[in-house]
Design a protein. Sequence first.
Length: 248
Amino acid sequence: MGTTPAPANPLNSGDISWVLASSALVLAMTAPGLALFYGGMVRRKNVISMLMQCFMCLAIVSVLWVVYGYSLAFGPGHGILAPFIGGLDWFMLKNVSMNFPEHWTTTPVFDPTTSYAPTIPNQAYMIFQCMFAVITPALVIGSFAERVKFSAWVWFTILWLTFAYCPVAHMVWSHDGIAGSKWGALDFAGGTVVHMNAGIAGLATALYLGKRLGTNKPGMHNVPFVMIGASLLWFGWFGFNAGSAEPQ
């Protein structure tokens, strides 16, 4: 009597390598890319503050994304809220698999229904999406540069990620989101979830806080910082777009 053949392994080493490389490229867009870009457009006394806000955005959002952000954005929704936001089924990455070929047995442990990219582990996809979640609130920083306390910015980032970014990401990118699955919206590289979302938030905060004071004084700009930051943003965009080649 023959043995039962092992199931076909859907994981693709090339896809895994590229999504991790793309994650690193998008990471470079936030720190140091965006940090230097924004840091070069503020007064000298506020450069450190701008660099720290971008860097801390990376730290804060990464932790929140692992704890509950990924679950709210990409996890299965429940009840009438299912089309708008996910539940906490994936809290602390519960049920988010990280399975490589050597872990396979005769019973598949990789469940494609819980992954948005069947050829890579769900945790690898989670890391890639984490970099998008990191850079989006960081983009908003430029709209209120030099006008908010660091503690206020921290609370804004936490609340905005929870109540703005995660719901929009779920509606557009998740399996049961209303914009993607019901309305047929396509978002190839964050045009809605990242750019429009951050742009609207930035406009709202800029209108609320008003103009910066003293922008005509010397020492406002550091041109090399701006150029280096813009170059890193341009370089990281290859990961931003190429890693999202498939519509969600």
